[in-house]
Every structure is written in structure tokens, then in C-alpha cells.
Design a protein around this ligand. Structure first.
Ligand code: ADP
Length: 301
């Protein structure tokens, strides 16, 4: 099942929450929707899942425009909304049966629920009250609800928010497993999450897509351009900024992180600058791929 979005637009008052977004996701891909808070990730997901209407643009699921066929398409999409809303007074299995019965014929419900419970590792907790579960198990319940009708597309909005580090690893492993069989779109504001789970990242900032690439390509792009340097004396940041080839500088005193245009190696120029100034370079290293830097660069503009 593929997802194609064309020139999507959502405006709240003066604010363009989603501003002319287009992308396409092929069957079986696990794609991270990345961006800082307020970037427009949830709004885009709500539009794709038919929860809210757009103010412009189109969404196609497997080539079918959701405006014409959302009723039928609902069965092919599983959605975990932000903050995972659950009925806390219901029991896990009871809740999943209730959710499944909204999509499936009665005869299929039991098997579907048993499969979902097993897939997300909820077997030992299926007879517990949802309100009494730990956050990690509540999240599993939300994911089980999203997939109980066996959709081919899973849309997960910040699936690991609020979990402890062990629970985060468990949920990421679970998503990776689900990604073997389904098309998965997940949103996150954490770069490492995308690295851990996704094949591809769509980075969004202020309602616009600022990058759409495989994680491998993004890593390669970021690796060429960042140099960490330490001098033996203090240097003004403006002086580093003026070195030929330098695009951006962070730091102060003796330590700086210098970004250059992608295909330029500024280390020689930095060294020449130090010689001219009669100071020493104590260390200078070219950093390996760092997606955090790419993310910051792209979303702070
Ligand atoms: P993200 O999921 O990336 O954190 P959102 O899609 O939730 O971002 O929000 C994008 C922008 O739209 C933000 O500026 C947010 O304040 C605004 N927004 C989202 N929902 C509403 C709403 N119901 N009413 C008004 N503004 C909204």
C-alpha cells in the first residue's frame, strides 16, 4: 500500500500548519516524519488518516483519493494518535475486541484480537485493566488497537513519547518487526529514533519539507562538512567565520565547530589561518556523519 501526498495545505488562522507538502511513500517502507514540536507532523498525519480535512491538496492511498474513498480506505490504515487515547476503565482484550468490531465482521474479531495481542507482546496483560498498565504496556495496547484490523499502513504519531529507555527500545523493536510486513509512517522529534527504526526520513520544519532522503544518504551528506577544532589561544568567532570555505561556526574561546560547504575540506584553510595568527592548532577532527547536526541545520533556519 502506497501513500502519496500532493501540495497539502492546512491553515489555522494566520498560521500555515502544513504549507504545500508533497511526498510519496512506497509499499513496505518505514518512514520517519521528523521535525521539532509544532512543525506540522501531527496535522499531516491527521489529514492522511481522514481525521481532519485539509485546506488544499490531495492524499492518495494506493492511488485512491481519500476524498472519494475514505470509508473503504479506513480498513487499510491503522493510526496511533498523539498521546495514545485509551479507555482506561476497559480491559485490554475487551477494548481490542470493541475496536476490532468497528472494522471487522463478528466472526473475524476473536482471531484478529489474538493476533494483535501476540504481535505486540500483550499476552500476559490481556486480562488487565488498561488504567492499571505501565506506560509501555499502554503504548503496546495503543499499537495493538491501531493494527487489530490488520491494516497495511500504520501511522504512528510519536509512539515512544513518555516511555523510559527500556520501554523505548522495546517499542522501537516492535515497530521494526511490524515494518517487515507493513508500510509504516512514524513521527518523532528525536533523530536517534529515526536512525533506529526508519529507512528514510522526511524532515519537516514550519510546515514545509526541508529534506526527504534515506538515512544513509543523510548521514553521508552530513559527514563531509563538519570540523571540530581546538586552538591553544582564544580566537574571535568572526575570525573563523571569515576563513575561506567556512559556512557556519559554533563555539567560543579556543573550541569551535566549523561547517563548510559539502565538498570543501576547510582543514587546510583553518591550519593556514592559525599559522598566520601565530597560534597552534591543538586538535582538528573531521566529524563522522551526525544526523543531529543535519536536523539542527535544517530546522533552525
Ligand atoms: P507537530 O506534530 O509537528 O508538533 P502540529 O501538527 O501539532 O505539529 O502543529 C503544527 C502547527 O499547527 C502548530 O503551530 C500548532 O500550534 C498548530 N495547530 C495544530 N492544531 C491546531 C488547532 N486545532 N488549532 C490551531 N492551531 C493548531
Amino acid at each position: 500500500m502506497s501513500v502519496r501526498v500532493e501540495h497539502l495545505l492546512k491553515i489555522y488562522g494566520e498560521n500555515k500548519a502544513v504549507d504545500d507538502i508533497s511526498f510519496s511513500i512506497n509499499s513496505g517502507e518505514v518512514v520517519g516524519f521528523l521535525g521539532p514540536n509544532g512543525a506540522g507532523k501531527s496535522t499531516t498525519m491527521k489529514i492522511i488518516t481522514g481525521c481532519i480535512a485539509s485546506d488544499g491538496g490531495e492524499v492518495f492511498i494506493n492511488g485512491i483519493n481519500i476524498k472519494n474513498g475514505m470509508k473503504d480506505l479506513k480498513r487499510t490504515i491503522g493510526y496511533l494518535p498523539e498521546n495514545n487515547p485509551l479507555y482506561l476503565n476497559m480491559y485490554v482484550k475487551e477494548y481490542l475486541e470493541y475496536s476490532a468490531s468497528m472494522y471487522l465482521p463478528k466472526l473475524e474479531v476473536k482471531t484478529a484480537v489474538d493476533n494483535a495481542i501476540e504481535s505486540v507482546g500483550l499476552t500476559s496483560h490481556q486480562y488487565k485493566k488498561i488504567g492499571e498498565l505501565s506506560k509501555g504496556y499502554k503504548q503496546r495496547t495503543g499499537i495493538a488497537r491501531a493494527m487489530v484490523h490488520n491494516p497495511s499502513i500504520l501511522i504512528l504519531d510519536e509512539p515512544t513519547t513518555g516511555l523510559d529507555p527500556n520501554q523505548i527500545v522495546e517499542i522501537r523493536n516492535l515497530i521494526r518487526e511490524l515494518g517487515k510486513e507493513k508500510t509504516v509512517i512514524l513521527s518523532t522529534h528525536i533523530m536517534q529514533e529515526a536512525e533506529a527504526v526508519c529507512d528514510r526520513a522526511i524532515i519537516i520544519s514550519k510546515g514545509k519539507i526541508v529534506a526527504d532522503n534515506t538515512l544513509k544518504n543523510l548521514e553521508e551528506e552530513s559527514s563531509q562538512s563538519i570540523v571540530t577544532v581546538e586552538f591553544d589561544s582564544e580566537v574571535k568567532i568572526e575570525e573563523i567565520q571569515n576563513i575561506s570555505g567556512v559556512k557556519k561556526v559554533e563555539g567560543s574561546g579556543k573550541n569551535f565547530i566549523v561547517s563548510s560547504a559539502e565538498d570543501i575540506d576547510v582543514r587546510k584553510n583553518i591550519f593556514d589561518f592559525a599559522v598566520k595568527k601565530n597560534i597552534s592548532v591543538l586538535s582538528m577532527t573531521k566529524n563522522k556523519g551526525n544526523l543531529e547536526n543535519i536536523f539542527r541545520d535544517l530546522t533552525q533556519k
